[in-house]
Design a protein around this ligand. Structure first.
Ligand code: AMP
Length: 137
């Protein structure tokens, strides 16, 4: 695990744990750019750099403390609920609510997780293909 730094969250909730080796923490600290979709005191939503659907938004907590959804839900259930609420709000704002959308938490290598700072994928804008098929060898 990389060195940890702390940054003050905008919510006034006190220090938020960030990891300078984490790409999402670098976005949160403004060191690399992102296209912002929504923001709350504890969450941040931005466009995926390699979209897998016409609309592909990532929603993350402003803390590096939780690598995946299960650990987030166990450690801070209210924050887990806020991520889901923000996904719904972003879906509505992006015009996805009527026709539907998918929310995904990849967890671990077999799911293709590449960033171990919990994040929710919001995907929509066209009918989506099936998921859960084995990766191509
Ligand atoms: P996962 O594979 O579930 O860990 O998802 C990580 C996601 O982060 C991928 O969909 C990437 O395309 C996305 N991503 C990586 N770097 C950036 C970045 N700088 N800005 C926006 N999205 C990114």
């Amino acid at each position: 695990m990389g060195q940890r730094i702390t940054a003050t969250g905008e919510s006034g909730l006190g220090d938020t744990t960030l990891d300078p080796g984490c790409i999402f923490c670098l976005i949160l600290s403004g060191k690399i750019p992102a296209t912002v979709v929504r923001e709350t005191g504890r969450t941040f939503a931005f466009r995926d750099i390699a979209p897998q659907a016409p609309t592909h938004v990532l929603i993350i907590p402003k803390t590096h403390a939780y690598p995946n959804a299960a650990e987030l839900a166990a450690g801070d259930p209210e924050l887990a609920a806020e991520l889901l609420r923000e996904a719904g709000a972003a879906a509505a704002a992006e015009g996805l609510a009527e026709n539907g959308y998918r929310i995904v938490f990849n967890t671990g290598d077999h799911a293709g997780q590449t960033v171990y700072h919990v994040h929710l994928h919001l995907l929509g804008g066209d009918p989506l293909g099936r998921f859960g098929t084995p990766a191509e060898q």
